[in-house]
Design a protein. Structure first.
Length: 293
């Protein structure tokens, strides 16, 4: 591709995500550490679940001279502060573009939205590959010069197919996106990408879990339909929710109408969720997320 893909962040900018039990002095301790290290905080967002015994979450962007050379020692030194706070944290270079693998079956709308967002420079990541159990999307994907891997899946070959998917992705990509990939993912695959595998479900969860949610919605005569992007867990459509959206419908809309309307919601919701993930805007806590968008 001829387009220059940038993420708007300099080589010396880093992002910190931190969660810990709420207590006095968290911001002061983190800020003091960064100040002493010579860092300049350029953005900070925080949230507390409950000042009395709840959890505290913060996302900080900061600039630090010679970040690439100092990142390892910075993380090591901060572990002392984190230990005092009983915190979990990550520090990552903002300029490092995450690599994505997109899994898709036959429906193309969510995949195409991600490809368009990537081509436009709006997705601060690189789509390293597309994996599909059908050949339908090969031409569209290869037009973007992105590798396309066809791995057919049948009940008798499912385990072998997933082994191939794991070989392609583990250690090669930072996250996996299920862009209407209509197969159940095994616990082994899920664990390999814990809180790094994003699915789009074509309903406003927790309503209409499982297959054919638009038919379920039509049968119930709903007046609002939606879509949900969530991290994948072993509980079907039960992982931490990242983003949702809805649109009003009426008794005049049949199942085909609901699918047509829903496809637009799905593509936007998934694109938002993936963008927030690659920009390090999400912290998971139990089965919920804190999203600094």
């Amino acid at each position: 591709m001829s387009e220059k893909k940038t993420n708007g962040a300099g080589e010396e900018r880093a992002r910190m995500l931190l969660s810990c039990p709420d207590q006095p002095g968290i911001v002061a301790k983190v800020s003091r550490f960064l100040f002493d290290a010579g860092a300049n905080i350029v953005q900070s967002d925080q949230y507390t679940m409950d000042p009395e015994g709840g959890m505290f979450f913060i996302r900080i962007e900061f600039d630090l001279t010679n970040l690439a050379d100092r990142l390892e020692s910075l993380e090591r030194d901060f572990s002392v502060v984190a230990g005092d706070l009983k915190a979990e944290y990550t520090i990552s270079p903002a300029a490092r573009r995450k690599k994505l693998a997109v899994l898709v079956s036959k429906e193309d709308h969510c995949l195409l939205e991600l490809l368009w967002q990537w081509k436009a420079g709006n997705l601060q990541a690189d789509i390293a590959m597309v994996i599909s159990n059908h050949e339908d999307m090969r031409e569209a994907v290869e037009a973007f010069n992105i590798p396309y891997h066809y791995i057919p899946v049948t009940p008798g070959t499912k385990q072998e197919a997933e082994a191939q998917q794991l070989e392609l992705t583990v250690g090669q990509v930072d996250a996996v996106v299920l862009a209407r990939y209509m197969q159940i993912i095994s616990p082994t695959f899920i664990e390999a990408f814990k809180n790094r595998m994003i699915n789009i479900h074509h309903s406003f969860l927790p309503a209409f879990v499982g297959g054919k949610p638009y038919a379920q919605a039509y049968d119930r005569g709903v007046k609002i339909i939606g879509a949900t992007a969530h991290y994948v867990t072993e509980e079907l459509d039960g992982g931490p929710i990242i983003e949702q959206d809805v649109q009003r419908v009426s008794h005049r809309d049949n199942v085909t109408d609901l699918k047509r309307i829903g496809r637009h919601i799905e593509r936007i919701v998934l694109a938002r969720a993936v963008a927030w993930h690659v920009e390090d805007r999400i912290i998971t806590h139990h089965n919920k997320t804190v999203v600094f968008n």
